[in-house]
Write a protein that binds this ligand. Structure first.
Ligand SMILES: Cc1cc2nc3c(=O)[nH]c(=O)nc-3n(C[C@H](O)[C@H](O)[C@H](O)COP(=O)(O)O)c2cc1C
Length: 368
């Protein structure tokens, strides 16, 4: 069945998801950014131990999917891990706190992947201080397998609405070993409001929002060309692009119908949350931020193993003037005086979703 442009708009406007129609299978097959997703199937296919571990580490969660990691292989058993500063997020992450957390996620996955092959990592963080490499790593014998690693391929950031049911108490108890779980209805209601308000501030603060708009990849061709940033793909979003209801111009224009529709969709999804996870730290040094990243990926892998979906909702944690009041509120609600809320996320039962793009490992290797 071929749909006219008007009919397609009517269908989308009426809330009928094109993915549910008979033709969606074929559409999905041709619009899937297979090249951008290839690193997920190539992980573990390398034979050199450092490359093998790195092929998993690049699957780590990281802010705006910037993938700022760069690995330098030196000698027979050493790695120097750098953070590519050209991938910074000066508007949403002016102090590189979140990017550093992402590097912590990367280092922890690297550690787990190496352990699968029997290696333990001797890691020195920031050997030259904050400005230099993130870590100097030596592969040694004696690694112990970590069961959480088994969930590496199923861990994804799930931005959909979650089911209207409480997170099972035994799952909450299991995750309480990794983070603070907020599931009391009054706490959840307050966090829904706070996180949504913070999102609305981010999206309507032009200089901040434009950082995200510039990193949006609209459809398969853009995703394949730059397999990072905020990928807008899949049958539903691509249908909206095809009829002009989703575009870079629309997202940059807060008065546009497309921008408002986007905001609505995000609010609906964020509202469909029955629990939150919180990670705090006493200090806020670079090492604390790396450790928060290590804790976050472990939490996410554990939640994945329990059949739970997660999504960080970081807007209220961001450090720019327009967010000051919400930053203060979130700290007041979730941290002891002097502590830093490093991560805040939604937790629940979500629909199955696809992996997000990655740059091929070879493009993240520095040749010294
Ligand atoms: C420190 C940090 C902050 C993040 N903040 C958000 C956020 O506010 N909203 C969101 O949807 N995803 C957030 N993410 C998730 C990333 O966007 C996601 O990890 C990245 O796009 C890769 O996708 P994946 O996790 O599905 O592999 C954050 C991740 C990290 C490590």
């Amino acid at each position: 069945m071929k749909l006219s442009r008007r009919k397609l708009i009517a269908l989308i406007g009426g809330g009928v998801v094109l993915a549910a129609t008979a033709s969606a299978g074929g559409f999905l097959a041709t619009r899937r950014p297979t090249r951008a997703l290839a690193p997920w199937s190539l992980a573990g296919t390398y034979t050199e131990p450092r490359m093998r571990a790195l092929s998993f580490a690049i699957l780590a969660p990281n802010p705006h999917n910037r993938q700022p990691w760069v690995a330098e292989l030196t000698g027979d058993d050493m790695l120097i891990i750098h953070r590519d500063k050209t991938r910074n997020l000066p508007e949403t992450d002016p102090f590189d706190r979140q990017l550093t957390i992402g590097m912590g996620c990367f280092l922890e996955l690297l550690r787990m992947a190496a352990a699968e092959d029997g290696y333990a990592l001797e890691t020195e963080l920031f050997p030259q201080g904050d400005g230099g490499p993130v870590a100097l790593i030596r592969f040694e014998g004696g690694g112990k397998v970590d069961p959480l690693f088994g969930n590496v391929f199923d861990r994804h950031t799930n931005r959909q609405g979650y089911e209207d049911r409480a997170v099972a108490t035994d799952a909450q108890a299991a995750l309480a070993g990794f983070a603070t779980i907020k599931s009391d209805p009054a706490d959840v209601a307050a966090l829904r409001t706070l996180t949504w308000e913070a999102m609305a501030i981010e999206m309507t603060t032009k200089h901040v929002m434009m950082e995200s708009v510039d990193l949006m990849r609209f459809g398969k061709a853009e995703i394949e060309a730059n397999p990072d940033g905020i990928s807008l793909g899949g049958p539903f979003l691509e249908s909206m692009m095809a009829v002009g209801m989703l575009s870079r111009e629309g997202q940059a224009d807060q008065a546009s119908a497309s921008f408002k529709q986007g905001l609505d969709m995000i609010q609906k999804a964020m509202d469909a949350t029955q629990a939150y996870v919180v990670l705090t730290s006493k200090g806020n040094t670079r090492e604390d931020q790396i450790n928060a990243g290590r804790d976050w990926i472990r939490l996410h892998l554990a939640a994945t193993g329990l059949g739970l979906a997660m999504q960080p909702v970081s807007q209220a944690l961001q450090e720019y003037p327009e967010m000051e009041s919400h930053f203060a509120q979130v700290h007041e609600a979730l941290a002891a005086p002097g502590e830093t809320v490093q991560m805040l996320g939604r937790l629940g039962y979500g629909p199955a979703i696809d992996a997000s793009p990655r740059w091929p490992l070879e493009t993240r290797i520095a040749h010294g």
